[in-house]
Design a protein around this ligand. Structure first.
Ligand code: NAP
Length: 289
């Protein structure tokens, strides 16, 4: 790097911590870079800072973005930011990925985490992560974190979104991303090679992906209890006592069927977990806190 380039880079650098001079910069292994200062980039940056990472944002306009970013982070131009860390989160929409092509040299050997999602299924011929890999062949692309929202990153993982799915070709690159996920409080599931990326990109587009079976069980149970109660309460009374109490079908049968089915559905949700816990305690594979 020439002296002129170095001074240009210096003038591009914006530190967002008044204490930055006094605080020693974390080693490269504890430093991560986030390209993009939008909703997801900022939330992820904040969470990384809270977990103890040094965060360097890469932005098109580092100076105008500095007031929006979390305290303690640095913001640089993309080229300089790329050189500051081994792991780079790409929090930019796929449509703009071509800005990475001129950075191919700086990104060589780096781990790029593709966070992007699409607006609909099959929006592009290939997965965003595969497209990113084709643009920057010298980097190791890992798909991951795309199932988390900016909101959940800011508020911390809850049970519902503790899982982070990742995939990629390089085992070392995936391990680096898994280590970050765990440090942020998530659990990471390695789904395999980068060819799985399209599936991961479709996850956020699925609404109640496993709704069919519970709905079928609920309908089946409702029908079974309805006919059982119809025979027991209405038809039996009519046959044995010649009493026509069919007017009760709408009110009293529904009042019985709905709570019974609700309680069974609740039990089906929670009982297997409780029983599994007892089994684990019995076998010694689970420990009480
Ligand atoms: P956003 O708020 O619009 O931010 C995108 C950022 O990309 C901008 O702030 C900008 O940062 C950068 N950018 C925009 N145009 C660019 C260009 N032409 N060249 C280079 N950089 C450009 O979007 P977002 O909500 O953070 O989402 C970013 C990515 O994360 C998307 O792919 C999205 O699918 C994915 N994602 C988002 C969420 C979420 O909850 N928001 C959740 C999961 C995944 P600079 O101005 O600093 O350059």
């Amino acid at each position: 790097m020439t002296g002129q380039e170095r001074s240009e880079e210096k003038s591009e650098c914006v530190s967002l911590s008044p204490m930055m001079e006094a605080v020693p910069a974390p080693p490269e292994s504890e430093r991560v870079c986030v390209f993009g200062t939008g909703d997801l980039g900022r939330s992820l940056g904040l969470r990384l800072l809270q977990a103890g990472y040094g965060v360097v944002f890469g932005s098109r306009r580092p100076h105008s973005r500095s007031s929006l970013l979390p305290h303690g982070a640095q913001v640089l131009g993309h080229a300089a930011a790329a050189q500051s860390a081994h792991l780079i989160f790409i929090a930019v929409q796929r449509e703009h990925y071509d800005f990475l092509v001129p950075l191919a040299n700086q990104l060589k050997g780096k781990v790029l985490v593709d966070l992007s999602n699409n607006l609909r299924k099959n929006q592009y011929p290939e997965a965003n992560a595969e497209y990113l890999q084709s643009l920057v062949p010298g980097a190791e692309v890992v798909k991951g974190f795309n199932t988390l929202s900016a909101w959940s990153l800011q508020n911390g993982p809850s049970d519902a979104n503790r899982q982070v799915y990742i995939c990629g070709e390089s085992v070392e690159a995936k391990q680096a991303v898994i280590a970050v996920a765990i440090k942020l409080g998530f659990s990471a599931l390695d789904r395999g090679f980068l060819s799985v990326a399209r599936e991961l990109e479709d996850f956020p587009l699925q609404l109640f992906p496993q709704w069919r079976l519970p709905l079928r069980i609920a309908i089946g149970l409702s029908a079974a209890f309805f006919f059982y109660l119809l025979i027991r309460d209405i038809i039996y009374a009519y046959v044995t006592q010649s009493k026509d109490i069919s007017f009760r079908i709408m009110v009293s049968l529904a009042n019985k069927v709905c709570p019974i089915v609700s309680l069974i559905m609740l039990s089906l949700c929670y009982l297997p977990g409780v029983l599994a816990s007892f089994l684990q305690l019995y076998r010694g594979t689970k420990y009480l806190p």
